[in-house]
Ligand binder design. Sequence first.
Ligand SMILES: [Zn+2]
Length: 104
Amino acid sequence: MVKENVTICPKCGGKLKHYDTIRRRVLGKSRLEKRVFVERLRCLDCKSYHHAIPALIFPYKHYDAEIIQGVLDGYITPETLGYEDYPCEMTMTRWRARILHSSL
Ligand SMILES: [Zn+2]
């Protein structure tokens, strides 16, 4: 997973090239379904695939409040988002843990 407009492979430092664009389903506010287009990039050197994060919907290192709420409510999982590692399972667990502790 790389930021949009990133052209360097995070694995090997090789050059990323546009591969294709796929449609992904994400759940937004009030469980409203949004469809987003995600660009897939392929590394010319190690041949690995990387999804470019649509900055508009998933700003890097800044999770949308409604997404966080969705995770806490339990209706957003990595599978729901369609992003295997965004937010990653560990991040979701951390959010849930934080809520548990703050309600004590
Ligand atoms: Zn690479």
